[in-house]
Each structure stands twice: as C-alpha cells, then as structure tokens.
Design a protein around this ligand. Sequence first.
Ligand SMILES: [Zn+2]
Ligand SMILES: [Zn+2]
Ligand SMILES: [Zn+2]
Ligand SMILES: [Zn+2]
Length: 227
Amino acid sequence: MPRAKQTKGICSFCLGEVTKGTAFKHIAACPKRQAAVDASEAKPGDVEPLYYLRAGDSYLKDFWLDLEVRGNAKLKDLDKYLRAIWLECCGHLSQFTADGFGSRVAGMTRQIGDVFGDGLEWMHLYDYGDTSETVIKAVGVREGKPTTKHPVALLVRNLPPETPCMVCQDPAAWFCRECQIEDNTEGMLCDTHKRKHPHKDYGGPIPLVNSPRLGMCGYTGPAKPPY
Ligand SMILES: [Zn+2]
Ligand SMILES: [Zn+2]
Ligand SMILES: [Zn+2]
Ligand SMILES: [Zn+2]
C-alpha cells in the first residue's frame, strides 16, 4: 500500500477531516465537540477523569483510533470496543500487555485510569495464532462528565486507506483471500476486476472494510463501532 501522505481521519463531532498528527489539537478546538462537552457538563452528575487514548495497529500505521474512555471503565470495555470496530472474527482470546505476549499482562478487570494513568504504552493482542497487535497510549486526560453513557466515545477514526487494484491501479473495493494465501499477492481488486476474478475457493472476493485485520484468520468485518 502506498503511504506517501499522512493518513487522514474523520472527527466524530464535526465530520471534518483531520490528519493523524493534528487530531488531538482538532478535538481540543472543534466547536461541535465543545458543544457536546458543554451539553454534558450541564447535566447532573460528578466530573471524573476521562482519558484520551490513541490506539493504532502496530504495523499498518494507516489504521488508528482516538477514543475518550472513562477512567473507571475496565480494560474489558476497551477490549470489547476494539473487537467490535476492528478485530472480532471467531471469538479468539485477547490480552493487554506492557512487554509483549504473556509479559506484564494487565487483567481485564483493571481500570483504564489505573493502567493508562502513567502514560506508558500498552499493547492489545487479539488471537494468539494470527495475532492482531494494537498499540494504545494515553495522550491526554481531562476532568469532566462523559459525552456518552457508554464507557468509550469515538473521537476520531482513520479514513479507509486508499488502496490500488493490483491489476489496474484504480481504487480497490474488494479483497481476495485466495490471492493472498495461494498466490502471495495483495489481493486488492477494483469493481471491474472483481467481476472478472476467477477465484472461488475461499468464498470469492469480499468488500474492503476499514480494519487492519482484513486478510487475517477469517476476518470479514463489519468494522463498525459498537455504539
Ligand atoms: Zn471536529
Ligand atoms: Zn479468527
Ligand atoms: Zn482493477
Ligand atoms: Zn483472487
């Protein structure tokens, strides 16, 4: 995949485009975001620490998420969120670790504030066979009332990376697993070349979805946030 430009993301509040490098600043200045924060602050309830987490695939840097997570939410809430938006294929095991597989593992009932409070980088591993690695770090924290009733709020999500069709270089919209496994090619196809594509053994080409797990194990999406 070409990676010349800095990847873009979309702000969940104003739906404006931001870059990976400016997302944090944008969220701090976004008027629509500020309106959502003000509306929450006007409601009854106590303020609490809310963590700005940046999550990104360890290898495919075009895939990243900026999340606001309640300090008293549990790691399993974040695990559930990552599974829904990016990872879930067959209910594999997962863990949060500071040092790689099996080393300094943080239990799923640990609180976000407790784990991310010191600014260290953690890794989320999903599927111990064909493993997806997500690096997560707190880049900020604020005292406030959460903007949703859920433990996690999506702030910014990467836009789907532009991927060329392996035949004609037009934008791809499909992925063929058989190409990847049997032919050792990327397996990315445009609409035209998907129609003419001969492979059927792995179920035929599937739609490209906005997830770094596409092409791993049996992952096919839907890559949608759970709420
Ligand atoms: Zn915005
Ligand atoms: Zn699987
Ligand atoms: Zn094509
Ligand atoms: Zn194919």
